[in-house]
Write a protein that binds this ligand. Sequence first.
Ligand SMILES: NC(=O)c1ccc[n+]([C@@H]2O[C@H](COP(=O)([O-])OP(=O)(O)OC[C@H]3O[C@@H](n4cnc5c(N)ncnc54)[C@H](OP(=O)(O)O)[C@@H]3O)[C@@H](O)[C@H]2O)c1
Length: 234
Amino acid sequence: MSRSVLISGGNRGIGLAIARHLAAAGDRVAVTYRSGEPPEGLFAVQCDITDTEQVDRAFGEVEKEHGPVEVLVANAGITKDQLLMRMSEDDFTSVLDTNLTGAFRLTKRASRAMLRAKKGRVVLISSAVGLRGESGQANYAASKAGLVGFARSMARELGSRGITFNVVAPGLTETSMSGQLSDEQLEGMKSQIPLGRLARPEEIAAAVAFLASDEASYITGAVVPVDGGAGMGH
Ligand SMILES: NC(=O)c1ccc[n+]([C@@H]2O[C@H](COP(=O)([O-])OP(=O)(O)OC[C@H]3O[C@@H](n4cnc5c(N)ncnc54)[C@H](OP(=O)(O)O)[C@@H]3O)[C@@H](O)[C@H]2O)c1
């Protein structure tokens, strides 16, 4: 199995773990990075997913190197946490623009070749916060909940063309994103998780790899929580 795979935000954290997992399984993996460094040993293209032209150019580079993208993992995302009263309109719209509209830009561009091939796998990285909400994260939760409606609409729209769309909703995971939390916040959150710890990025990657695999050929429109039981399946 060697498919052309593109992972947004694949230079660190969860995206890099997904990239390493799929590359180890034999796929031709490309990652996008924005401000950081490209990861060693992976084909990387620079791309800010808030810019449609950059998304188009990145796909062009990947297509030249690896062929049309067969598996898209829309992983890049940001937080700009703030209580509603202090949240600026830019805090809200910039998070939506990256997390939700960014996924739309990537999916739209990827669907061209997938429609031609009459097959494709799209996995969108949401968050447990998108399903249950979180104080101080109205922008982030709205963007991540939006991915569920987006994926399910796509699953209906393009299911007959052999393209599946699924969502992975990680709980708190050991990356620089969760590193922004204080020890006190982390302890409070861990106490709500039946498995009593944060996820490792590799554990999110394993779920993504399954949904992107042939074994998951009859799964579409699903939301798979990988959250240590925090949401009990929701
Ligand atoms: N960590 C958690 O606890 C957790 C829990 C649930 C869901 N998630 C979700 O999982 C995904 C990955 O999170 P993570 O924890 O691995 O985050 P991370 O370590 O902060 O990495 C975020 C990635 O997104 C990229 N990115 C951000 N804005 C971008 C933009 N405008 N254009 C292109 N790339 C952009 C970053 O690129 P640069 O490094 O180049 O800036 C980086 O590669 C995110 O969607 C996040 O919301 C994370």
